[in-house]
Ligand binder design. Structure first.
Ligand SMILES: Cc1cc2nc3c(=O)[nH]c(=O)nc-3n(C[C@H](O)[C@H](O)[C@H](O)COP(=O)(O)O)c2cc1C
Length: 504
């Protein structure tokens, strides 16, 4: 029987793999004169300055001030500018609360209001450079949003929604076709911040990945050649009793496209994005296959290390979390010294066991489908843990060894020669079986998988910073070689790497 043609998401993934043979061709010089600006400008609209509300104000207007403060802090802790780095050109680079591959910040954040005492019904764009909202459209929008999200029940009971979009060229300028992966990893990190910044401010974000792309894009007046909606996140106000809403479906499938033209490298990103859209006529697509729930690598003879531990303490009023988000930075170099096993356990606990944090006021976060994502950890220096590669079984809370070997030299190579890979104490890989994932959600799952991997990555980032450890994401790696060297089955596509260690 002839092998079925790969779908567009699989094709995109294959075409954008880094390979030692071709990497030199893929990393041509950057066109500095075409460097994108990571901020959006609106010529018209009224501005709502959010800076005054960052401080506590015991004034007569306390209740209203508090409402503004919650909104201001939510955006501040999610995506505000948190560092200014001087450059040779004299133009500083601003870093944000959420990390971004190459510091290119393709994600934009919009707020849609149904009409609240603070924000009249309309469309707002978050402007990180001034920490303000610009109201660029004042009119009825909520019903259009509801229709575009197939009348998602959470939108019925909420008044505000965040919408994240991606301006493709900001990332593609540097990463070309492979930027599509990084755009969704970045967005996942941002979702991790939203989730926690919401908890700090009594909101509950509900994640929606299944929406009619063109309808939301049009609602926001996006130039669809340049920018596309990535998520819709209604915000339930937990101070309103009737907004304590049950969780609801986060992901809907798109079509699976196996018939597509021959695509040039430059066409891949745009084509993949269009092919993974949900259209009005996809509305009857349903998730059909059930997720596989195999208890992997549970062999009697392999080394198994339980990881259950005490939860990380985020402070009585989560002040430790707020500080951690603001001080988070990607580590630029590791000392090469070991982590302790307790530290590794704590990192895993916060990332994969959110149920251990509900009594600190952190709700179980929404993901698209974590059943599709696997975690492998290459351990080079963790005191009390044999070197090698481990599979992490989140349900059993257990590390299961699949390879015994010091892999530092190999990790250096796999991470494209980045020293972060070599000097990290542990290097964590998120992977997914694309075939299974596509069978469940169509080609759109490619977006979901990368957002979920980025979201997990953000939790790892924050846990590491809280424990005074170093952490950095890595989205550039030799794809197939990771599987070969670490002993990860070839069906598992590598989505993302997080390096962990002691900062130099
Ligand atoms: C998806 C993603 C991929 C990244 N890949 C790399 C990488 O390959 N190498 C690296 O040194 N840093 C990498 N980083 C870290 C970014 O360079 C860093 O987030 C950015 O410079 C902003 O700095 P900050 O994280 O300190 O705010 C990555 C970050 C993200 C979110």
């Amino acid at each position: 029987m002839p092998e079925q043609r790969k779908s567009i998401a699989q094709h995109y993934h294959e075409r954008t793999k880094y390979d030692p043979e071709t990497i030199a061709l893929q990393s041509q010089g950057l066109e500095w004169d075409k460097q994108p600006v990571p901020f959006k400008e609106y010529k018209i609209g009224s501005t709502y300055d959010l800076k005054p509300y960052l401080k506590s104000e015991p004034s007569a207007l306390r209740a209203e001030h508090r409402q503004w403060q919650r909104l201001s802090q939510l955006l501040f802790y999610s995506y505000s500018l948190t560092a200014k780095v001087p450059t040779m050109t004299g133009e500083p680079i601003y870093l944000r609360a959420a990390p971004s591959a190459g510091g290119l910040y393709p994600a934009e954040v919009y707020l849609i209001s149904r009409g609240t005492p603070l924000l009249p019904e309309g469309l707002y764009n978050y402007q990180p450079q001034t920490h303000s909202l610009i109201n660029f459209w004042e009119s009825e929008v909520w019903q259009t949003l509801q229709a575009a999200c197939f009348w998602h029940p959470v939108l019925d009971g909420t008044q505000l929604a965040i919408v994240t979009t991606a301006v493709f060229y900001r990332s593609a300028w540097r990463y070309k076709a492979r930027a599509y992966r990084r755009i969704f990893l970045d967005t996942g990190h941002l979702l991790g911040n939203f989730e926690l910044a919401c908890a700090l401010n009594d909101y509950r974000p509900h994640l929606i990945g299944g929406f009619i792309d063109d309808a939301v894009n049009q609602l926001l007046y996006l130039d669809q050649e340049q920018e596309g909606t990535t998520t819709v996140v209604p915000l339930a106000d937990l101070l309103e009793v009737n907004q304590n809403l049950p969780g609801s479906q986060t992901a809907l499938p798109s079509a699976t496209q196996t018939q597509y033209p021959q695509l040039l490298d430059d066409e891949l990103l745009g084509y993949c994005h269009r092919a993974t859209k949900i259209n009005a006529d996809n509305a009857d697509l349903k998730v059909t296959s059930e997720p596989t729930q195999l208890d992997k690598y549970n062999f009697p003879f392999c080394l198994k290390v339980p990881t259950a531990t005490t939860a990380i303490d985020w402070g009585t009023h989560l002040e430790g979390l707020a500080n951690t988000i603001l001080k988070r930075r990607s580590t630029r170099a590791y000392s090469g010294f070991d982590l302790t096993l307790d530290e590794l356990k704590a990192l895993l606990d916060f990332t994969y066991q959110p149920q251990h944090y509900t009594d600190q006021g952190l709700d179980d976060p929404d993901y698209f489908d974590l059943n599709l994502i696997e975690t492998f950890i290459a351990v080079s220096g963790v005191t009390g843990l044999e070197e090698g590669c481990y599979y992490y079984a989140p349900k059993a809370q257990e590390l299961r060894q699949i390879r015994f070997k010091n892999l530092r030299r190999e990790l250096h190579y796999l991470c494209l020669g980045q020293e972060l890979g070599r000097d990290a104490a542990a290097v964590l890989f998120h992977t997914a079986d694309l075939k299974t994932a596509i069978a469940r959600y169509g080609d759109r799952v490619y977006r979901y998988l990368h957002m979920d991997a980025g979201h997990l990555g953000q939790r790892l980032n924050l846990a590491a910073i809280r424990l005074n450890l170093g952490v950095s994401g890595i989205a550039g790696f030799f794809d197939d070689q990771v599987n070969e060297v670490l002993g990860i089955p070839a069906d598992e596509a590598v989505l993302y790497i997080t390096t962990l260690g002691r900062p130099r």
